[in-house]
Structure formats: C-alpha cells, structure tokens
Design a protein around this ligand. Structure first.
Ligand SMILES: Cc1ncc(COP(=O)(O)O)c(C=O)c1O
Length: 402
C-alpha cells in the first residue's frame, strides 16, 4: 500500500507497531532486537516511560509557539549543551543536515565579516557524510549522492590522517571552514586518528579557518563522552548535533564557540519549527537521563561489553577484518559477504545496517542491557558461523574450472 510514497528508500517489508527499550515488535507479533536505534536516534530506546510522560504532558500544554516567543525549554537545553560541550551558544534546527546548513552560513558570514569575501569554499574529509540538503550535500564526499544535483557549493576533500595534505589544502584553497566527523559513521564507522584531529585544530586556528565538528552521528554521548572529539581533547569552533538529542523527535543543534557567537544576527537565519517546546522538552529528558540518570556511564559499560564480545568474535572468525568505533557506535568490517551477513542478521531478528559497503554498523540504544548485548553477540556469532562454513563448503572456483 505504499504506491503514493515517493521511492527514496528501500524499506524492509515488515510493519513495525511498537517497542520497548532495545526491542521492537512487528505486526505479526515477532520481537526484534534493535542494534540500530533508528540510525543512532533512539538513545532512550522505545517507549521510555519518562520520555513518553514528558511528551504527553507537553502535548497537553503547548506543542508549538514559533521562535518569536520564549518558553522555558529552549533556554535550558542550550544552557546544558553549552556546559557539556564547552561551547557558548546554540542555533536550533530540525535535523543534522539543517544544523550543518547553519554552520555553513555562519562560516561564510564570519569570513565575509573579516573582510575575506573570497573565502567562500569548504574543505571536508574523504568519506565525509554531512547530509542531503544542497549545502550539506556539497560537503558529502560520495559522488553518487552529489552528482545528480549539481552545481553545489564549492568543496574539496582531503584524506583523513594526512596532515601534510590538510595543511597544503588550507593554505592553497583558503576555505571558509573545515568540516570533520571525529568518527565517520556513513563511511563505515571509520575512526579519524586523534593526532589528525588535533593537527586540524592547530591548522584551522593558524589559518583562521572555522573548524566544524559534525557530531550528528557520534556525538551526544554515544562514544562515552558527550562529544566524540573529546577523545582527541579538541574543542571545535562549531559542533553540530542531531539524531539522539531529542530521543526521537526531530531536533538539530549548531553549537558555536564564543568568538563566533555574534556572527549570526536577527534575520540572518531561522526555522519555523526548530527548538519548539515539544522537541526541547524531550531533549531535556534525554540530557537529564544522560547526566543525572547515569546513561553516559552506561554507554561506557555497555560499549566495553560490546567491544570485548566483538574482539572475541574477531579471534574466532577471520572473516572479521577490522573492528571500528567505540562505545555504542561500532563497526564490524568483513573481508567479504557483509551484505549477506547483514541480511542474515535481520532474518535472525537482529536489526543492524551496513555502511561503507563492507561494514556492519551497530548503534544500539543507550538503554540496552548487558543481556541484550550478549544476545546480539550470539546472533552475530551464528550469522558469522553460517557465512564462514558456507564459504568453506563452496566449491573452489579454480578447482571447478580445472
Ligand atoms: C555525520 C552526519 N551528519 C549529518 C547527517 C544528516 O543528518 P539528518 O539525516 O538528520 O539530516 C548524518 C545522517 O546520517 C550524519 O551521519
């Protein structure tokens, strides 16, 4: 019955009706273990009691006011996020791409205000994914996503890890901003080396290039620190956040360090819906659970259990060529058969997805239990065993030819 839905997604056939914690149930009553969390969104899992109650309560008070009027929750979310990031001020958006759009506009206006109107291009990393709106898409490295929609904003890409290439690009191209994901989720959960993240900070300061950390997927506590860039000890000029920040309601944040906080003035940028009472009330529940509710500590513990289990699987199955990520953003890179293994996991009731072509991506809710982590690992083990024995019993093509 989806003939009137634009075909921009390849959806699974099952119809999901409800969930609880890290499990979801389809219309036939089958329960699935959710190791994808709505692609890094459902940090509090499904049907979280405090979140559900807060949303219901807020819906009965006021859902929307517009940004022409104040309500208590925007300011409290901004205050908490400023403290958690060590940055200063927040622009509210509705998604990751929109948060990046705000960062793009701010960076250009910053350079223009400094008397450098020629510095309007951007620099990003090979493998980068920053979203699908035309501005954010301009930075996204994969040509397949970009090319049908050009011309876009001017952007160049440098290989992550190559400091000399970055230095050269910053000096010769003189971009307005460098966009960097400390962990590249869409490129296969690729960790950008910490030395490189630190070098990028130093070089951006030296060249007065705005440094934007896109923390949309790896931020908000998912790695066990509030920002993934914290592991490198680096504070960007701008951090963009979205996915889990309102635990499932649409919200994106462009969080700006003090020297850049006055660049955008009334009328420069805006959004009708963004930062409304409902999404901000949900964000507040998420932030309270993360800090006071001990969820950040839980991410570290569950993340360590997941890492240990995956490391044991890697010792058992040479099919695993690499383990990536940390906390509750982890990638299992396979030497072959990632597509088939991911489909098999789904058949066995474990929801994951595949990224970067060869990597199974795990992004479970922060509320996942130890038992559920172990259950997910057992399902993964079964799927890896099935794939490995199928590969062993397959006829050797060389023998068949002979
Ligand atoms: C790093 C990163 N930036 C930006 C985006 C875009 O976010 P949204 O889909 O909310 O626009 C994504 C989405 O996957 C992402 O992973």
């Amino acid at each position: 019955m989806d003939e009137h839905v634009l075909k921009t997604y390849l959806r699974a056939d099952e119809v999901f009706v409800d969930g609880c914690g890290a499990e979801v149930r389809d219309a036939t009553g089958r329960v699935w273990l959710d190791f994808l969390g709505g692609i890094a969104v459902s940090a509090l899992g499904h049907a979280h009691p405090r979140l559900t109650a807060a949303i219901a309560d807020q819906a009965g008070k006021v859902i929307h006011l517009s940004n022409l009027f104040r309500h208590p929750y925007t300011e409290e979310v901004a205050r908490r996020v400023a403290l958690l990031t060590g940055l200063d001020s927040v622009f509210f958006a509705n998604s990751g791409a929109e948060a990046n759009e705000a960062a793009l506009k701010l960076s250009r206006k910053y350079q223009r205000g400094k008397g450098r109107p020629e510095r309007m291009s951007f620099l990003a990393l090979e493998g980068a994914f920053h979203g699908r709106t035309c501005g954010a898409l301009s930075l996204t490295h994969n040509a397949k996503y970009r090319e049908p929609f050009g011309p876009l904003l001017e952007c160049s890409w440098v290989p992550p890890g190559d400091v000399a290439a970055l230095e050269n690009a910053l000096h010769t191209l003189r971009p307005a901003a460098l966009f960097l994901e400390p962990i590249q989720g869409e490129a296969g959960v690729r960790d950008v080396p910490h030395d490189y993240v630190r070098a990028a900070r130093r070089l951006c300061t030296a060249t007065d290039t705005v440094l934007v950390h896109d923390e949309v997927q790896a931020g908000c506590g998912r790695t066990g620190t509030f920002l993934a860039g914290d592991w490198a000890g680096v504070k960007p000029d701008i951090a963009t956040l979205a996915k889990p920040i309102a635990a499932g309601l649409p919200l994106g944040l462009c969080v700006v360090a003090e020297p850049f906080a006055k660049v955008l003035q009334p009328g420069d940028h805006g959004s009708t819906f963004a930062g409304g009472p409902l999404a901000c009330r949900a964000a507040l529940v998420f932030l309270e659970e993360l800090e006071e509710g001990g969820l950040l500590a839980a991410v570290r513990e569950r993340g360590a259990e997941l890492s240990a289990g995956l490391a044991a699987l890697q010792r058992e199955f040479p099919l695993i060529s690499e383990l990536r990520g940390r906390g509750l953003i982890q990638g299992v890179r396979l030497a072959e058969g990632a597509e088939e293994v991911q489909k098999d996991l789904y058949r066995r009731g474990l929801i994951t997805n595949r990224t970067g072509g060869d990597t199974i991506r795990l992004l479970p809710p922060y509320v996942i239990t130890s038992d559920q982590i172990q259950r997910g690992l057992r399902i993964l083990r079964d799927a890896l065993e099935a794939r490995s024995s199928a590969a062993k019993s397959a006829p050797n093509p060389a023998t068949v030819r002979a």
